[in-house]
Design a protein around this ligand. Structure first.
Ligand SMILES: *Cc1c(COP(=O)(O)O)cnc(C)c1O
Length: 420
């Protein structure tokens, strides 16, 4: 059998800072007394997160706003770090709204997502959300009723599923049949209903059509499509557009392709905005992955090495129950090996040298794999494997309690504060 040669990006992709390296080195040290627990942790570099978001904001045109889609990583420390920087947060459940409100009772929150319950809509209004993204006619009617009973007028955006296909992205939420938003063919009916709903104020539209798109120019074209559609509806229905939410979906590369080029995107966007298609309207972006991915690392110690049917496997203290992203997206997650010199046993240390190895976790399922048949240099039992770009869609998309292994540590590095 010939094995496919996979090219992983050159390590390090976004090199961990010195502070992160020092923290990792400390994790690998011998315990002062008793048996040492093998290393397994998420490490977040909050300083790097802050710098990354500042760089994103630096080039943002005046009419644009940057929100953070909390579902990518709802960790309280990330929300606290981002709250003073971003214009607001996008939440997709009442649980996310509560988390944001625990950090700040004044930061702006927009509430989207399919399947909002009446109880969620009620509590969202109590918790002072800025706007609600309405995803269906039925939801619009329910929200109007709830707002009417409270004597409130609630600002809304209509989330639309456009008909244009966007084949280049890995996952698309629009341009085809999905459970998200209002089908473009039904939008006019919903606009008319919104216009005669006394407790709702239609501020504009929301379109989140694409996920993990790496192509900046394609993304700018997508926003141009959104702008022209919204202008069409505004003219036809004499709407005062206050906001177009163009969603998230800016891509992070997990292989040799380059990341989404944020600067090139803004460059391509500028002439479109200069034409001022929606006077006075804000253009919102609500990335999750592109904000949170780079600042997070997942590190797991090699517990065992074995050869099986001619293939090599490393078994890690950890796996997809902590970090399901590579299994869910079916990719080989980028990593580097951190050699660890500690060897406490009185017998030889198992090691591989230059073989292709599959990095498997500690679960009793063959699906517990983080990277398959990838080339590593030297890999020994007791070394650490550091997965990069693990800050988004990592811990909270994973099935933590399957098999009942203990959870990883969560460590935060911040030049403002010591490690906690
Ligand atoms: C998930 C989601 C986002 C964030 O998507 P990313 O791909 O992480 O940028 C933004 N908006 C909505 C409505 C979403 O569902």
């Amino acid at each position: 059998m010939t094995s496919v040669v996979k090219i992983l990006p050159r390590a390090p992709w976004n090199p961990p800072s010195e502070a992160v390296r020092r923290c990792l080195a400390a994790l690998g040290e011998p315990a002062p007394e008793g048996a040492r627990e093998p290393v397994c942790a998420f490490v977040y570099d909050l300083t790097a997160l802050r710098e990354h978001v500042r760089a994103m904001l630096a080039g943002l045109p005046q009419s644009c706003r940057l929100y953070y889609a909390v579902k990518a990583n709802p960790d309280r420390r990330l929300i606290e770090t981002l709250a003073p920087l971003v214009a607001g947060f996008e939440a997709a459940s009442i649980g996310e709204i509560r988390r944001i409100r625990e950090v700040s009772d004044s930061v702006r929150v927009i509430f989207g997502g399919p399947g909002k319950k009446d109880t969620e809509l009620e509590e969202a209004l109590t918790l002072g959300v800025e706007r609600i993204h309405v995803e269906s006619l039925h939801e619009l009617r329910r929200l109007n009723l709830i707002a009417e009973r409270r004597g409130r007028v609630v600002p809304i955006l209509l989330r639309v599923n456009l008909h244009d296909a966007l084949p280049e992205a890995t996952v698309t939420m629009a341009g085809r049949a999905t459970q998200f938003g209002i089908d473009e063919a039904q939008v006019e009916e919903v606009i008319e209903e919104a216009q005669c709903s006394p407790a709702l104020q239609l501020d504009g539209f929301h379109m989140h059509s694409i996920s993990n798109n790496l192509d900046a120019r394609l993304h700018a074209r997508l926003v141009a499509t959104y702008l022209s559609r919204v202008r069409g509806w505004a003219e036809r229905f004499d709407l005062k557009i206050r906001c177009l939410d163009a969603g998230g979906g800016f891509g992070v590369s997990y292989d040799e392709r380059p990341d989404f080029d944020w600067a090139a995107f803004l460059e391509a966007l500028r002439p479109q905005l200069a034409a001022d298609p929606l006077p006075g309207a804000e253009l919102l972006f609500e990335p999750g992955r592109y904000i949170a991915a780079f600042c997070g690392y997942y590190v797991a110690e090699v517990i065992d090495l074995k050869q099986s049917h001619g293939r090599y496997f490393a078994i890690l203290r950890g796996g997809t129950h902590h970090f399901r992203l590579p299994a869910s997206w079916q990719h080989d997650h980028p990593f580097e090996v951190l050699p660890c010199h500690l060897w406490p046993y009185p017998f030889p240390r198992p090691e591989l040298n230059g073989q292709r190895v599959t990095l498997a976790g500690e679960l009793c399922t063959p699906k517990d794999v983080l990277a398959r048949e990838v080339a590593v240099g030297r890999l020994r039992v007791g070394d650490l494997v550091l997965f990069h770009r693990a800050g988004a869609y990592g811990w909270t998309i994973s099935h933590h309690d399957f098999l009942g292994h203990s959870h990883p540590r969560h460590l935060y590095l911040d030049d403002k504060e010591p490690v906690s």
